[in-house]
Design a protein around this ligand. Structure first.
Ligand code: OOB
Length: 542
């Protein structure tokens, strides 16, 4: 089950790799090595704070040692370089320990989100041929051990389930660490570090292979732009497994700089604001709906938020009006972030004027991020005009994990990633996101591939056809609406029954359609395909 570079995960042609190394973007570091170096330089500095239920802290020295011991324990159980391990942990200290232990071995974490259920986790385990799955015992009222037990029956290759907390029939993570027998061979900087999830537009989520070299560049590049240093105290309010709070600059960026990462169990102001005060948080990352809630709460909060210097907002379109209100309410700077787990990240800059910060989604991290804005035929549009965003660069993947057919569509022949976003560029080089060409719903930063939900609903015996589209929503930006055509003669269904059907199939709660409407037929395009464009405009008007 080794990973074959260029086959499992397309990689950069050698001439590009050489250029990125020569430019100093790829520094030849690995995540395991990075932690080792920080621990050697300042072993007693606090790397990580997990505030709940009782406050725990890990210094860089402790984290380094714990990662070594856990890595040794994983290795003793047969987990080796290149093996895939699905990690589904909430914002707790063990998440960081586990991923650094895997980095050390060169095993690849597959970052599942806490909200994922049987369908998604089953797919990640089988598609990546994962050898292990790491879970909490119970999180947010859900028993992950039961899911793991169901999964093990169906997935013979899944040899281990490690549980943080009470293990039940599985293995307690706390039993795994042991004395290292010797140093690991470990990964090379150009090799894969992990598989990240794509927002997706297809029936099953695509996996994003990121290397040590490329991801580390996105971290330190982001650190320079955001002013992250050893004094930074970063609050991880969003799920730690998501690319935005992980790397833009995220908890990994802050650790790269030797700063302190504080894990927040829930992102609401009632949980987060006391932590901002107590832990003297300087930076955090929010999606637009959360930024709205923080802005509202910030104006009247009794908590002292004065340590906060910067709020990064991204993941979905942030309205200018909401953006203008953030700074006065929270008393900190705003930076907009337009990024993607596939790579490219854009930031507004600390020296941009307010109008630029509130009306654009920033400009790329790297001088070697290549941006093309093209029309439907693939030709460059005149400067300033909107078009499809294509990108290529030192931290943007050249293809998804084991998906050659999809890659042929999602990337141009010369390696540009088709982002599916519609943008225009201002004279200062900032991008403004004006829309989306890809079939995706952006529900407050959480991405939903309509096709994935359509496939589930189609399995209902009363359903003849279904089309899932986005509808505008004042708070989330978008919500999902399932238009359903029932089979002739089928028992009438109620919307709630469709929602229940999707939920019972075992998918993340945010993918259950917010609205369900029954129709007799779908509008069609000239070639007889369902016209989602027309469905969306019907939805907007209703
Ligand atoms: C981030 O990553 P993903 O992979 O969950 O989603 C990427 C997509 C983009 O292609 C775009 O459609 C949308 O999310 N998006 C935005 C946006 N930021 C992301 N749309 C409008 N305005 C923005 N500011 O969402 C992500 C990854 C790293 C950093 C930040 C966000």
């Amino acid at each position: 089950m080794t990973v074959t570079p260029g086959v499992d995960a397309p990689t950069w042609p050698e001439e590009f790799a050489a250029r990125y190394r020569a430019a100093g973007h790829w520094r030849g570091e690995t995540f395991g090595g990075m932690l080792r170096e920080r621990a050697a330089a300042h072993p007693d500095r606090v790397a990580l704070v997990d505030p709940a239920p009782e406050r725990r802290t890990w210094t860089y020295g402790e984290l380094d040692e714990r990662a070594d011991r856990l890595a040794a324990g994983f290795a003793a159980r047969g987990i080796g370089k290149g093996d895939r391990v699905v990690v589904q942990l909430p914002n707790i200290g063990e998440f960081v320990e586990v991923v650094f232990a895997l980095f050390r071995i060169g095993a690849l974490p597959v970052y599942a989100l806490p909200a994922h259920r049987d369908t998604e986790i089953g797919y990640f385990c089988s598609f990546t041929e994962a050898v292990a799955y790491v879970v909490p015992d119970v999180h947010a009222g859900y028993d992950h051990r039961d899911l793991a037990a169901r999964l093990r029956k169906e997935t013979p290759g899944l040899r281990h389930v490690f549980v943080v907390g009470e293990p039940g029939e599985h293995t307690a993570l706390s039993e795994v660490p042991c004395d290292p027998a010797g140093p690991f061979e470990g990964p090379e900087p150009h090799e894969l570090a992990f598989l990240q999830l794509s927002g997706g537009t297809t029936g099953v989520p695509k996996l994003i292979p990121r290397t040590h070299d490329d991801y580390l560049y996105s971290l330190w590049g982001s650190n320079e732009i955001c002013g992250v240093d050893a004094h930074t105290r970063f609050l991880v309010a969003l799920p730690a497994a998501h690319n935005f709070p992980m790397s833009s600059p995220g908890w990994l960026g802050v650790m790269y700089a030797g700063g302190t990462v504080v894990l927040c169990p829930r992102p609401d102001p009632a949980t987060a604001f006391p932590l901002v005060e107590r832990e003297r948080i300087t930076i955090t990352a929010l999606v637009p709906p959360l930024a709205l809630v923080w802005t509202e709460a910030g104006t009247t909060t009794p908590y002292d938020l004065s340590s906060l210097t910067l709020a990064l907002v991204g993941g979905a379109k942030y309205s200018e009006e909401a953006a203008r209100r953030l700074q006065p309410a929270l008393g900190c700077r705003l930076m907009q972030v337009f990024g993607m787990a596939e790579g490219l990240v854009n930031y507004t800059r600390l020296d941009d004027d307010v109008d630029t910060v509130v009306t654009t989604q920033g400009r790329p991290v790297s001088p070697d991020d290549e941006i093309r804005i093209v029309d439907d035929g693939g030709d460059d549009v005149p400067e300033g005009e909107p078009g499809h965003l294509l990108t290529r660069g030192p931290y943007t993947i050249r293809g998804y994990w084991r998906a050659p057919e999809h890659n042929a569509r999602a990337f141009t022949e010369d390696g540009f990633y088709r982002t599916g976003d519609l943008v225009r560029r201002t004279p200062t080089g900032h991008l403004v996101v004006v829309g989306r060409a890809k079939d995706q719903i952006n529900r407050g930063g959480e991405k939903i591939a309509p096709e994935e939900i359509e496939n589930i609903i189609l399995a209902h015996p009363s359903v003849h056809d279904v089309s899932v589209v986005a509808v505008p929503d004042a708070y989330l930006g978008e919500r999902s609406l399932a238009y359903v055509v029932l089979r002739t003669g089928a028992e009438p269904l109620r919307p709630v029954a469709v929602k229940r059907f999707v939920r019972e199939r075992g998918v993340a709660a945010h993918k259950v359609p917010d609205l369900v409407e029954f129709v007799d037929a779908f509008p069609q395009t000239g070639v007889g395909k369902v016209s989602k464009k027309q469905l969306r405009s019907t939805a907007e008007q209703s």
